[in-house]
Design a protein around this ligand. Structure first.
Ligand SMILES: C[S@@+](CC[C@H](N)C(=O)[O-])C[C@H]1O[C@@H](n2cnc3c(N)ncnc32)[C@H](O)[C@@H]1O
Length: 201
C-alpha cells in the first residue's frame, strides 16, 4: 500500500503563529506529546524550531504512514516515530511535560474531547502544560461568522463534531487538576488555550 504525502495549507498558515506561542511557554527541555498530529506538518516543523523539546507525534492508525513520510523528509533528532493514539483507548504512560493538540477537539465528539482532557491530564508531569489550538466559542457564541459557517459544515459531516465552548474546556480541565495559564488570540479566529497541572502536593 502506498501513501501519498498529506498536505494541509492551514498548517502552513498557522505554524508560525503557533510556534511563537509555544516558544513563550516551552522555555525548558521538555517531553511533549502531540495528540492528533494529522499530516505531521506541525510535528516536523515545530520540533525543528524547538530543539530542546522531544516531540512525540501521535494519531489514529490511518494517519501514521502519512506522518512518517513528513518525518522521512525532515530528519530531526528530537522527533520520535509517530505512535498510535486514539484518545478513547489506551494512552502512553508518560509522564510528559507538555501536551499539544491542534484542531482536534472540534473534530472528535464532546465525549472524546472530555476523555482527551482527562487522560491527557493523567499523562502530564507535575506542572505539565496542556496546550490546545483551534476555534472556540465564548458564552455559547461564535467569535465570527466564519466560525458559525464552519460549525454548520462540521455538523453536516458528523453531527458529533462541533466547536467547543472555552468555558467547558476550562471546567473540564479544572476537574482534572489543571488551571488556565493563558488564552492567546490567534489569526483566523482561532485561540491557543494553555493550562497547567497543579504541582503535586
Ligand atoms: C482537523 S485534523 C487536525 C490535524 C492537525 N493537528 C492539524 O492541525 O492540521 C483533526 C485530527 O484529530 C484526529 N482525531 C480525531 N478523532 C481522534 C481520536 N478519537 N483520537 C485521536 N485523534 C483523533 C484526526 O485523526 C486528525 O488528525
Amino acid at each position: 500500500m502506498t501513501t501519498e504525502k498529506p498536505f494541509s495549507q492551514a498548517c502552513e498558515n498557522n505554524k508560525g503563529p503557533i510556534l511563537a506561542v509555544l516558544r513563550e511557554h516551552l522555555t525548558k527541555p521538555a517531553r511533549l506529546l502531540e495528540v492528533g498530529s494529522g499530516t505531521g506538518q506541525h510535528a516536523t516543523w515545530l520540533a525543528q524550531h524547538l530543539p530542546h523539546v522531544q516531540w512525540q507525534p501521535s494519531d489514529v492508525l490511518d494517519n501514521l504512514a502519512g506522518i512518517q513520510l513528513w518525518l522521512n523528509d525532515t530528519p530531526c533528532s528530537n522527533i520520535l516515530k509517530p505512535i498510535e493514539l486514539d484518545v478513547r483507548h489506551s494512552w502512553p504512560q508518560g509522564p510528559y511535560d507538555a501536551l499539544f493538540t491542534a484542531n482536534s477537539l472540534h473534530i472528535m465528539s464532546q465525549h472524546s474531547a472530555a476523555l482527551c482532557i482527562a487522560r491527557g491530564a493523567s499523562a502530564l508531569s507535575s506542572e505539565g502544560l496542556f496546550m490546545i489550538y483551534g476555534p472556540f466559542n465564548y458564552q455559547g457564541r461564535f467569535t465570527s461568522d466564519s466560525n458559525a459557517q464552519f460549525q454548520q459544515w462540521l455538523q453536516a459531516r458528523n453531527p458529533e463534531s462541533g466547536i467547543r465552548d472555552a468555558e467547558w474546556v476550562t471546567d473540564t480541565m479544572a476537574q482534572h487538576g489543571l488551571t488556565p495559564v493563558q488564552d492567546h488570540e490567534m489569526p483566523a479566529n482561532n485561540r491557543l488555550l494553555v493550562f497547567q497541572r497543579s504541582p503535586a502536593r
